[in-house]
Write a protein that binds this ligand. Structure first.
Ligand SMILES: Cc1ncc(COP(=O)(O)O)c(C=O)c1O
Length: 404
């Protein structure tokens, strides 16, 4: 008998299971509102024109070879990634207090942060927002954290941020814990704190000596401006915090399958950086040894060329603006249909998603009756809503809300 026979199935990974069901569905009206990936108004994936241009340059450059990258990745990429997160006027960058490490997607970046904080600094407690991207919990569980707690975030009554609950929970948090925050475009609730609220949150973090780990996966996709969306990072920097940033380049460069991420560690004392880097190298050697080249070279080509960088920022705005216009359209359709309930949250929520708060039977109705796939929590990827399918989606939501 095989030694593998007792394994059974691992828990289903919801968004990828939705993709599978979507692919197997033969209906001509099927729509996938599950996976968080950008779509054009024709419902197609978008390779950013600036990415195409940079890739052409990379392929044409005969000085580029396929040698291993250094353990911490491609130097010009790492520098540009830190500048993107912290801005041109960053005190930490100008004082040489930032360690920047190329990683494997946002997921690998978070995993590296979790490993480092646990192995080297003996953190064992992490706080995640309730709700959050489910892999936050998964990554910290897999890394062996024994204390994984939630802090309040989502208020189902207002379909907004429960700021009072959030600050109360942080005030009661165990000192010297890791706290994961979504820099912008909170996934799953699509609600971000205001600038004043961020300041209050970080005041509490300082008092409680909490270590902010800033998940930065959607920079630019809220406001259309990468600097505006980076407010919490810039604020932490200006206040002299020690903190970490886990960047993903999957969404705002559309480089989902290149698995490109970057970890920034900001310290108060630049003299520790070489030692800290060596500790990271020691961990990375056993994880992926050294990172992939193509995505990093592509992003580096863009961010380090002023003309390409301007084009990229314009293309990020195109994505953010299309998402905003789809929010407006879906809202208008539901109002036209007189769908019961308040739908104001569709425009007040931010980023790629809306968090509808629809019940399980309502979500099931969308899936089975209308072939519209979304997560059980009722989260909709607004990028997959188009001017062509919005009528159908609105009518289906109307039916689900009225009848289920
Ligand atoms: C909040 C959040 N963090 C991290 C990630 C992971 O990004 P990546 O696909 O680059 O691993 C995602 C992806 O959906 C996300 O939503």
């Amino acid at each position: 008998m095989s030694v593998f026979v007792h394994l059974g199935f691992a828990p289903v990974i919801e968004v990828f299971d939705l993709n599978r069901k979507f692919d197997e569905d033969n209906s001509t009206c099927k729509i996938n509102l599950g996976l968080g990936a950008y779509r054009t108004d024709d419902g197609k994936p978008w390779v950013l024109p600036v990415v195409r241009e940079a890739e052409k340059r990379v392929v044409a450059d005969e000085n580029i070879n396929h040698e291993y990258l250094p353990i911490c990745g491609l130097h010009p990429f790492r520098q540009a990634a830190a500048r993107l997160a912290l801005g041109d006027n960053s005190p930490a960058i100008s004082e040489n207090r930032v360690l920047s490490i190329q990683c494997m997607g946002g997921t690998g970046t978070l995993r590296l942060a979790a490993e480092f904080l646990k192995q080297k600094l003996k953190f064992d407690t992490v706080y995640v927002s309730s709700l959050t991207w489910d892999n936050h919990v998964g990554i910290f569980q897999a890394t062996g954290y024994s204390q994984i707690h939630e802090y309040s975030y989502w208020d189902p009554i207002t379909k907004g941020l429960d700021f009072q609950g959030l600050t109360d929970d942080l005030k009661n948090a165990t000192e010297k814990s890791v706290v994961i925050f979504h820099t912008c475009a909170h996934n799953t609730t699509a609600n971000d704190p205001t600038e004043e609220q961020w300041k209050e949150i970080f005041r509490i973090c300082k008092r409680k000596q909490l270590m902010p780990l800033m998940d930065c996966t959607y920079q630019g996709l809220v406001s259309g401006d990468v600097d505006t969306d980076a407010f919490p990072l810039r604020h932490l920097d200006s206040e002299g915090f020690e903190f970490l940033i886990a960047q993903s380049f999957s969404k705002n460069f559309g480089l989902y399958n290149e698995r490109l991420g970057n970890l920034c560690l900001i310290t108060k004392d630049r003299t520790v950086l070489d030692e800290v880097r060596s500790q990271f190298e020691f961990i990375i050697r056993k994880l992926w040894s050294n990172p992939c080249h193509h995505g990093a070279r592509t992003v580096s080509t863009i961010l380090n060329d002023p003309k390409l960088c301007t084009e990229w920022k314009e293309e990020v705005k195109v994505m953010a603006d299309r998402i905003k216009s789809m929010r407006k359209l879906l809202y208008n359709k539901l109002i036209e249909l007189n769908t019961p309930g308040s739908w104001d949250f569709i425009s007040s929520q931010t980023g790629m998603f809306i968090f509808t708060g629809m019940t399980k039977p309502q979500v099931e109705c969308l899936c089975t009756k209308y072939h519209i796939y979304l997560t059980k929590t009722g989260r909709i990827n607004m990028c997959a809503v188009t001017s062509k399918n919005v009528d159908y989606i609105a009518k289906a939501i109307h039916d689900a809300v009225v009848n289920y």
